[in-house]
Design a protein around this ligand. Structure first.
Ligand code: PLP
Length: 401
């Protein structure tokens, strides 16, 4: 007998399991609305031409495969942080923001969780939005934090439960952590307005809460990376105790390259140095150092004026296609005869639309129409295109009528 005899079979990942079911489905009309990755107008994965150009430059230059430092490529980190915080950010230029390269947004969240667990008082709770990206919860629990939820989505209107959110900030014990999506909230696509951000920021400050800002869609949401960084920059200006997790998976289409950063806003250069030393101690025994290829690509794109401006256009193109599909899905639903209120589809932003469909409705879409989606009614807008939108709208109308 082996100890492996008693290893139980774990459940499949909720989202990746559905993606597998989609692959195994033989129906010609099948549609994948699960995937959290951009697809072009023909439904195919998309590599940005600016990314291709950067790769060919790296190849031509003969980049080596040497190890990166524990904290990753310094020049990548510097450019990535300027992209998020803004070139002019005083905290950045004065050296008060300390950053490291991470294994995309997931890795950044994991290190943030570990850092909080080590240096905040034992028993500190992290509040995540209800609902949130599913992985946030196990990431934070495995880091040793207590996870609770704050109200976020008003399920009767599929919009922000602003009063619930504010009251949960108020009721959380002072010095808790709030995990906030910087833009394009996943899975709801519901973001606070500028005025609401103001109030949220003030309320969090008043209670002395800490913030983990998770930024997985900068530029991908509105098409304007500066606009999408609004919440991050406001929180820095307001003087929060904040850690930022930054992913380049969606906005650069670098999903499998695992490229991101984690950064901590500190009070002084001296504090920044202490924090950095501890981040290194967390990273070294986990994975030694991050992979280099994705960081080289982002560094090349952001560091070259021409490539950078080409990149901005390409990223805006992805956002634009998604916005068009939102408008088209809504109009096709109306055309199909649906009399429900679908304004939330165009009010929401980012990769996903949170339709408000029940689990039973989602099951019927999959069973009867071979349309695959998560059972919370979340639809990946990236999976929608001119060829399938009418079919999807008719099917949604049929199961929601
Ligand atoms: N955070 C949020 C809110 C996300 O939606 C995602 C991806 O779906 C991530 C983090 C992490 O993605 P990655 O690890 O690929 O950067």
């Amino acid at each position: 007998a082996s100890y492996l005899d008693s290893v139980p079979l774990g459940p499949p990942d909720a989202i990746l399991g559905l993606a597998q079911n989609f692959r195994e489905c033989a129906a010609a009309e099948k549609v994948n609305l699960v995937v959290g990755a951009y697809r072009d107008g023909e439904g195919n994965p998309f590599v940005l031409p600016s990314v291709r150009e950067a790769e060919s430059r790296l190849l031509a230059r003969g980049e080596t495969k040497e190890y990166a430092p524990i904290t990753g490529s310094p020049s990548f980190v510097q450019r990535a942080l300027a992209f998020a915080y803004g070139e002019e950010c005083e905290a950045l230029t004065s050296g008060r923001i300390v950053g490291v390269q991470t294994l995309s947004g997931t890795g950044a969240c994991r290190i943030a969780g570990e850092f909080f667990a080590r240096f905040l008082p034992k028993g500190t709770t992290i509040y995540v939005s209800d609902p949130t990206w599913g992985n946030h919860i196990p990431i934070m629990e495995l880091s040793g934090l207590t996870v609770k939820r704050y109200r976020y989505l008003d399920r009767s209107t599929n919009s922000l439960d602003f009063d619930g959110y504010m009251s949960d900030i108020e009721q959380a014990p002072a010095g808790s952590i709030f995990l906030i999506h910087a833009c394009a909230h996943n899975p709801t696509g519901v973001d606070p307005t500028t005025d609401q951000w103001d109030s949220i920021s003030k309320a969090i400050l008043a209670k002395g809460h800490h913030v983990l800002m998770d930024c997985a869609y900068q530029g991908f949401a509105s098409g304007d990376a500066e606009f999408d960084a609004g919440a991050i920059r406001r929180f820095v200006a307001d003087g929060h105790s904040m850690i930022l997790a930054q992913s380049f998976a969606k906005n650069f289409g670098l999903y499998g390259e695992r490229v991101g950063t984690l950064s901590v806003l500190t009070a002084s250069k001296e504090e920044a140095a202490r924090v950095l030393s501890q981040l290194k101690l967390i990273i070294r025994p986990m994975y030694s150092s991050p992979p280099i290829h994705g960081a080289l690509i982002v560094n090349e794109v952001l560091g070259d004026e021409k490539l950078r401006s080409q990149y901005y256009d390409e990223c805006a193109g992805m956002a634009e296609r998604i916005l068009q599909m939102r408008a088209l899905l809504k109009s096709e639903l109306i055309k199909a005869g649906s009399t429900h209120q679908w304004d939330h589809i165009t009010d929401q932003i980012g990769m996903f639309a949170f339709t408000g469909m029940s689990a039973d409705m989602c099951d019927a879409l999959t069973k009867d129409y071979k349309i695959f989606l998560t059972r919370d009614g979340r639809v990946s807008m990236a999976g929608i295109n001119h060829a399938n939108v009418a079919y999807i709208a008719k099917a949604i109308h049929a199961v929601t009528d």
